[in-house]
Write a protein that binds this ligand. Structure first.
Ligand code: ARG
Length: 579
């Protein structure tokens, strides 16, 4: 249990013992100002108001019932009825000492692990991955990593777009190019160019266009030869995505792919079921569900098209089938979608319909964690100079190139291999962190200079902070894993750093709940900043520092390094020993 939850339960007990009705919350939070203790309980004021008593007197009564012997060294009522909790330094030191030895940094796994599905990335296999896929891929991956760290059974689902009419055109083109003795992997080396070729071919050659349409029908009816071509196409396209995942240090593998086509056989029965349940109705030859639940302000229900008049199914139909599979077959208790905010209505419709059609049990949590758009310097969606979409592979290469040049400039003594390795970690880390550190729901402006800066809330700053801490152990010629002895927190800088280090699990719990990675980014930035302050104020290796104090401070340093490395790892960002 984290400190905040622990104190909350203690204050709750004290409130009950003071006659406060149970519905009043203790409202424990870290204190915002120095001098007001480490945590504050702010619940007495609201409770007193409801009970018609004096808030300071009630706070005093609660304080007297608070059982925090050995944990808090001072409790006081402040202002209109805050309870300030000053934690005991020896107790804090013990918590830190335990955390420093613990591979999990003292963060216990959740008491009740659940099966959770995280839906992220989901590129369309007809095309190459572009910058529009970046946010879903990295934010979703951070959450998948965190939830697994917490001990949950996380099932990643890469809902790739691998079905639809455009594949008729693409495989017809592939067949022709293969007939001209090109290898499939060669023909599809540049998916974007291939798509353009197919499109032009389609527009200029009516015979080819007919064949493409025919192939759509053959694909849908399961023609073996056409299916083989489709399989070849999607297989190769997927290897492009897999390369990006590997480069990006994203966990997704081929085993996580369950694309739209995986649900083909479920769609007809699903539509039939929705008709049987009286939800889907025929409308101009198509099948539609009209959702009263999402009616507009004039009372018009929100229409969800689930089958077109020509028999084809839609994005929503597939998502409904996927939702049922995830809840019923995979047994997910929470299903988290990381998809662009522009698909909010779609997700709302799918969730609402799934609920009323009882495709998922009522207590399964369905969550669309939407995000804004990545913008260019001009405040418009990020594009190439000529206005085209930016390929993800190119963007990542540029990040690595820029970072490598920067690293070489800062440290000319690095070997070629070291420079390449550091450049890669810094470049990709910068791109990922720039995204993760912004409030997810907002648009954000992509800017090379700020993301690659070694100052401010950036990946390079945190990676550099990590190397600085690590250099202490080299200078001290000590293996920090073998350090033993008490941790002393007598100075203000040590105390502030210590408290921050012990708050990681609070931050992780909140991030897991709200799916906001920027909370962890801000936390890591705070840790690094408090470390810098500590480092200025508290000498570690100086000769006048006693051996006990030196050990204490080295242990604190070690926990800082491990907190930074663990936090960055949960964000999918690598650290290095020097840079
Ligand atoms: N393929 C979709 C797109 O590119 C994203 C898929 C998201 N996941 C889902 N279950 N709909 O927009």
């Amino acid at each position: 249990m984290n400190i905040r939850d622990f104190l909350t339960s203690k204050v709750q007990q004290a409130m009950l013992a003071s006659g406060v009705p149970f519905q009043h919350q203790p409202l424990v939070a870290p204190s915002r100002k120095a001098g007001f203790g480490d945590y504050q309980a702010n619940g007495a004021m609201g409770a007193a108001k409801a009970m018609g008593t004096n808030p300071r007197e009630l706070a005093q009564k609660i304080l007297e019932q608070l059982e925090l012997q050995g944990i808090a060294e001072k409790l006081e009522v402040a202002g209109p009825g805050f309870i300030n909790i000053h934690l005991d330094k020896a107790w804090l030191g013990e918590q830190l000492a335990q955390a420093q030895q613990d591979p999990r940094l003292g963060i216990a796994p959740v008491a009740q692990p659940d099966t959770l599905v995280v839906d992220y990335s989901g590129p369309n296999l007809a095309k190459e991955m572009h910058v529009g896929h970046l946010r879903s891929t990295i934010i979703g991956d951070a959450l998948a990593r965190l939830l697994a760290f917490q001990g949950h059974n996380v099932i990643r689902q890469n809902h790739v777009g691998d079905w639809g009419t455009q594949f008729g055109m693409l495989i017809a083109e592939l067949e022709e190019q293969l007939g001209a003795e090109r290898e499939a992997s060669l023909a599809l080396q540049d998916l974007e160019a291939f798509y353009q070729q197919a499109k032009q071919h389609f527009d200029r050659d009516p015979e080819f266009a007919n064949k493409a349409r025919e192939y759509v029908v053959k694909l849908q009816s399961g023609d073996p030869a056409v299916l083989d071509l489709w399989r070849e196409f999607t297989r190769i396209s997927l290897t492009h995505s897999t390369e990006i995942y590997e480069q990006l240090n994203v966990l997704l593998t081929d085993a996580d792919v369950r694309g739209e086509s995986a649900y083909n056989d479920d769609l007809a029965p699903l539509v039939a079921e929705l008709e049987q349940k009286g939800l889907a109705v025929e409308d101009q030859g198509a099948k539609v569900v009209f959702l009263e639940e999402l009616a507009d302000k004039d009372g018009n229900p929100s229409p969800v098209l689930i089958q077109k008049h020509d028999g084809g199914y839609l994005y929503a139909t597939t998502d409904l089938a996927a939702l049922r599979y995830r809840a019923q077959t995979l047994g997910a208790r929470r299903i988290l979608y990381f998809i662009d905010a522009r698909q909010s209505l779609h997700m709302q419709q799918v969730f609402t319909l799934a609920r009323i059609a009882k495709l998922v049990p009522d207590d399964v949590s369905l969550e669309h964690h939407a995000f804004g758009t990545m913008m260019g310097a001009d405040g418009k969606p990020f594009k190439t100079r000529t206005g085209g979409t930016v390929k993800l592979a190119q963007l990542l290469d540029e990040a690595v190139q820029r970072a490598t040049a920067l690293v070489a400039e800062k440290n000319p003594d690095l070997s070629t291999e070291e420079r390449a390795d550091i450049g890669r970690k810094v470049g990709l880390g910068a791109v990922k962190y720039a995204d993760l550190s912004k409030t997810r729901t907002h648009d954000y402006v992509f800017n090379w200079d700020t993301m690659l800066s070694f100052e401010g809330n950036t990946a390079p700053y945190l990676q550099y902070a990590y190397t600085r801490v690590q250099s202490i152990f080299r200078r001290a010629d000590t293996d920090p894993n073998t350090l033993e002895g008490a941790i002393f927190l007598d100075s203000e800088a040590e105390h502030a750093l210590a408290l921050k280090l012990l708050q990681m699990s609070e931050v992780l719990d909140q991030m897991a709940r709200d799916a906001f990675p920027h909370l962890l980014c801000n936390y890591l930035y705070d840790v690094a900043s408090l470390y810098m302050r500590f480092y200025e104020a508290c000498p570690v290796l100086r000769s006048d520092v006693s051996p006990e104090l030196r050990t204490s401070r080295l242990r604190l340093c070690h926990l800082v390094a491990r907190t930074l490395a663990t936090g960055l790892d949960l964000l999918g960002i690598e650290v290095m020993e020097r840079m």
